[in-house]
Design a protein around this ligand. Structure first.
Ligand SMILES: Cc1cc2nc3c(=O)[nH]c(=O)nc-3n(C[C@H](O)[C@H](O)[C@H](O)COP(=O)(O)OP(=O)(O)OC[C@H]3O[C@@H](n4cnc5c(N)ncnc54)[C@H](O)[C@@H]3O)c2cc1C
Ligand code: FES
Length: 272
C-alpha cells in the first residue's frame, strides 16, 4: 500500500468486457503490483468523479493486473461504464481481511452468489480451482433476476468437475430459459455431501444474505459455518471514518466477509 493511504496508485484500464446490460468487467493494471487475498477489496478512483469500493473478481495469484466486475448504479459506476481501453484510473488498497481460506482448507464449500455478488466470489473460486487439493467438494449456487443478468455465462461449464457442482436459477424466466426458476435459497436445501465439515460463503444483496443465513440454519448449518460479504457503504477503507460498523465490527477492516455468528444479534446488521 502507498505511504499515504488516501493516495491512489495510478492504473491503466486495459480492457472492458460487457457481461450483462448493466454489468461490465474492467481489466486494470496498476503502476505498482497490488497483492490481495480473495475477498479483500480496493477503492477504485475514477479521476474527477470519485471513488467506490469493489472486490476484485480475478485470481489473487495475479498481482500485476486485476479484474473488477461492476454493476452500473450511480455516480462513479455510470462514468466508469462509459470509459474505454486506455483510460486512466486509480486504485488504493487492498482493504479488509478477505475470506478465511486457511480455516476453510479441508472443508467442503457452498458458494452462494446473487446477481453481481458472484463477482467477489469468482476470486475465491479462482483460488480454490488453483488449489483443489486443499478443499473438499464445492457447490456453487447462483441466482439472478433474469437470464440476461447472469454473469460469466461462458465460464459455467468450465467450473464444473468431479469436485465442483454448479446450480443456477432465475427469479423471472424468459423465452431463452429452460432452467430453474425461483430464489437462490431454493438451491440450498439438498447437498450430497457432509454439511458438518463445510463452510457457506455468500455474496449478494443484503436481503438475500439474510435469507441465505436463515435457510442454511434451517437445513442444519451452524452460525459459525456461514460467511457473508457485508458490502455496505464504506469510505476510508481502514477503520477511521466509522461508516461501516456493525456493533464493534468495522466491516472495512474486520470484513467485509464476516461470520454470521458475529453479526446475528445486531438488529441493523442487514440494513444499508
Ligand atoms: C467491500 C465492497 C465491495 C464491493 N464490491 C462490488 C463489486 O465487486 N461489484 C459491484 O458492482 N459493486 C460492489 N460494491 C458496491 C459498490 O461499491 C457500489 O455499487 C458503488 O459504491 C456505487 O457507487 P456509485 O458512485 O456508482 O453510486 P452512488 O451514486 O454512490 O449510489 C447510487 C445508489 O447505489 C446505492 N449504493 C451505493 N453504494 C452501495 C453499497 N455498497 N451497497 C448498496 N447500495 C449502495 C446508493 O445508496 C444509491 O442508491 C462493493 C461494495 C463494498 C462496500
Ligand atoms: S469504511 Fe471507514 S471505518 Fe470502515
Amino acid at each position: 500500500m502507498a505511504n499515504n493511504v488516501y493516495r491512489p496508485i495510478r492504473a491503466d484500464l486495459l480492457e472492458v468486457k460487457p457481461e450483462t446490460p448493466t454489468i461490465k468487467t474492467f481489466r486494470i493494471a496498476p503502476d505498482e503490483p497490488i497483492a490481495f487475498r480473495a475477498g479483500q477489496f480496493v477503492q477504485l478512483t475514477v479521476p474527477g468523479v470519485g471513488e467506490a469500493p469493489f472486490t476484485p473478481s480475478s485470481s489473487p495469484s495475479v498481482q500485476e493486473e486485476m479484474a473488477i466486475t461492476v454493476l452500473r448504479t450511480g455516480t462513479v459506476t455510470d462514468v466508469l461504464h462509459q470509459m474505454e481501453d486506455g483510460a486512466e484510473l486509480g486504485l488504493r488498497g487492498p482493504f479488509g481481511k478477505g475470506y478465511p481460506t486457511e480455516k476453510m482448507q479441508g472443508h467442503n464449500l457452498v458458494v452462494v452468489g446473487g446477481g453481481v455478488g458472484l463477482a467477489p466470489l469468482r476470486s475465491l473460486l479462482h483460488h480454490v480451482f488453483e488449489h483443489p487439493e486443499d478443499y473438499g467438494r464445492v457447490a456453487i449456487c447462483y441466482g439472478a433476476r433474469n437470464p440476461s443478468e447472469l454473469l460469466y455465462k461462458d465460464s459455467f461449464a468450465d467450473w464444473v468437475s468431479d469436485q465442483v457442482s454448479f446450480d443456477v436459477t432465475v427469479d423471472v424466466p424468459d423465452e431463452t430459459w429452460d432452467g430453474k426458476v425461483g430464489v437462490v435459497t431454493n438451491l440450498l436445501e439438498d447437498f450430497d455431501f457432509d454439511i458438518e465439515k463445510c463452510y457457506v460463503v455468500s455474496c449478494g444483496p443484503l436481503i438475500m444474505l439474510r435469507f441465505v443465513a436463515l435457510t442454511c440454519l434451517n437445513v442444519g448449518f451452524k452460525p459459525e459455518q456461514i460467511y457473508l460479504s457485508m458490502n455496505r457503504k464504506m469510505s476510508c477503507g481502514f477503520g477511521k471514518c466509522g461508516r461501516c460498523n456493525i456493533g464493534p465490527l468495522y466491516l472495512c477492516k474486520d470484513g467485509p466477509d464476516v461470520c454470521y455468528d458475529e453479526i446475528k444479534d445486531y438488529k441493523d446488521a442487514f440494513s444499508v
